[in-house]
Design a binder for this molecule. Structure first.
Ligand SMILES: [Fe+2]
Length: 395
């Protein structure tokens, strides 16, 4: 029997161990098209996929798993970024959602509900926090059609497994809106180097495993309107949550980042540890509208409070009708339920909600699937939701 060797990698990450030479060695790589055989092309080291091909793959277990496996590698050890072109075949759907989102922006502006944005100067952009729940409550049928999208389901599962929790935040960057500073995203991307030094290195690695960053383009986003600046492969640099905030790394980022123009209906996804920053909108006439997505692992804590009980109650009658009249097929309904209802049954009160069989109580998603399969009325479903909520509490 051999001895367990002592590992040399540091447990505590600090500003002092961040090395621009090490960083360069990790990010100055070229993406071999042979490493991403399912991509339509590779542009600026980023694999670009065709949305129609992806959607067709969804209902075939072998091909969808092949896509997900490729994306998992791309996000973990590859360039860290995936673009899916033409993710919606019906761009009118995007326009219809845009209209509802603009109405929400206007209503929040008039009522003073818009809280502002810690990422940008006042007036430079318009934000809708929790646009996911707000869209669902304002227009549940549109919400269903918008989220009945296999690309969202497949990329989320590819990175996080099936228990993912979608959150969305609209960002409209108006002409003249400035670029952001280079950063990483939630969770650890929102902490200072001083706070980060107290977490073991493996938790730095874990942070990026708990979220997937994404965005749906609601308009064409040409280069001068400021698509996200990205540095491929930068997610692989372990001390990167600290390094992304250091001047020499930020300088390197500005010199080497890439930007891909997007069209309406395209989607961009990346590992939250990829160094990135929103670009400057240099146009005089494009309000750059992207519905940003932070998909959280069911095992982690999402960035926003989303009332999935309320959403599920609003969605159910609409989804039932769309299932009955064939507006959505079973695989699309699966996508919508995953986007709306809570898939993870914990934390639970095991006094009140101890599973009769297996290890876990039913989740909201289980409930919604069962309700549709058993043809429950809206009242029956709402009562079951409420009963479940009443069990999710402590004494
Ligand atoms: Fe970001």
């Amino acid at each position: 029997m051999s001895k367990h060797p002592r590992k040399q990698a540091p447990v505590w990450l600090t500003k002092e161990i961040c090395s621009i030479e090490d960083f360069r060695a990790q990010v100055e790589l070229t993406t071999d098209p042979g490493s991403v055989p399912l991509a339509a092309e590779v542009i600026d080291n980023i694999p670009v996929y065709d949305g129609k091909t992806v959607c067709e793959a969804y209902t075939n277990a072998a091909t969808s798993r092949a896509f997900m496996a490729e994306w998992n590698e791309v996000l973990a050890t590859g360039p860290g970024i995936v673009v899916v072109k033409n993710s919606y075949d019906d761009l009118n759907l995007i326009d219809d959602v845009t209209q509802v989102l603009n109405e929400i922006i206007e209503e929040e502006r008039q009522t003073g509900a818009a809280a502002g944005d810690h990422f940008a100067a006042a007036g430079a952009n318009s934000r809708i926090w929790n646009s996911h729940e707000k869209l669902c409550m304002a227009a549940p049928e549109l919400f269903a059609r918008y989220n009945a999208n296999p690309v969202i389901a497949m990329i989320s599962q590819a990175w996080l497994g099936p228990l993912y929790q979608i959150t969305m935040q609209v960002n409209v960057v108006h002409p003249g809106g400035k670029a952001q500073d280079c950063h990483r995203d939630y969770h650890m991307g929102f902490q200072s180097p001083d706070a980060l030094k107290d977490y073991p290195a493996r938790i730095h690695g874990l942070s990026a495993m708990l979220t997937l960053q994404g965005g749906i383009a609601h308009c064409d986003v040409p280069l001068d309107s400021g698509p996200t600046k990205l540095l491929p492969y930068s997610q692989t640099y372990l001390p990167g949550y600290i390094a992304a905030q250091l001047p020499d790394f930020r300088e390197y980022f500005e010199e080497h980042c890439v930007q891909l123009p997007l069209n309406k209906g395209d989607m961009l996804y990346f590992n939250p540890a990829v160094f990135h920053a929103a670009g400057e909108n240099k146009t005089s006439d494009i309000d750059r509208m992207v519905n940003l997505m932070q998909v959280g692992s069911g095992y982690g804590r999402s960035i926003e409070i989303v009332d999935r009980t309320r959403m599920s109650a609003a969605l159910y009658p609409v989804l039932k009708r769309m299932a009955d009249d064939g507006a959505l097929d079973s695989s699309q309904i699966q996508c919508v339920i995953a986007a709306c209802a809570e898939g993870y049954p914990f934390p639970a009160n095991l006094d009140l909600d101890s599973p009769l069989s297996g290890m876990a109580p039913d989740s909201q998603q289980h409930l919604m699937h069962r309700a549709l399969a058993s043809n429950w009325s809206s009242d029956e479903f709402e009562k079951a939701l409420r009963d479940r909520q009443n069990r999710v509490r402590s004494h």
